[in-house]
Write a new protein. Structure first.
Length: 87
């Protein structure tokens, strides 16, 4: 959700320019009684951030290492390696 501080922090883990598949659950803004997007309702999203990885729903902030493990990512995924690749 655009207003979720945990979601903002989670995006920052990936750094600027990272393209992360993302669904905004409140595309029309949030106000009491505003329904969530149909895709979020269908996935039964109850908290933010929520990850759907390989059909499994994971709620809450995750480390890059945990996301790599859950997704099967095989590249370097620790912050030190990513920074080293930049220089």
């Amino acid at each position: 959700a655009f207003w979720c501080s945990h979601c903002i922090e989670q995006k920052e883990y990936f750094g600027s320019g990272a393209e992360i598949p993302y669904v905004e659950c409140f595309p029309d803004g949030w106000e009491r009684g505003t329904p969530v997007a149909k895709s979020c309702d269908a996935a039964k999203v109850q908290g933010f951030p929520t990850w759907i990885i390989n059909g499994k729903k994971i709620e809450g902030e995750q480390t890059l290492e945990e996301l790599a493990k859950l997704s099967g990512f095989q590249g370097q995924n620790d912050a030190a390696s990513m920074v080293a690749d930049l220089f």
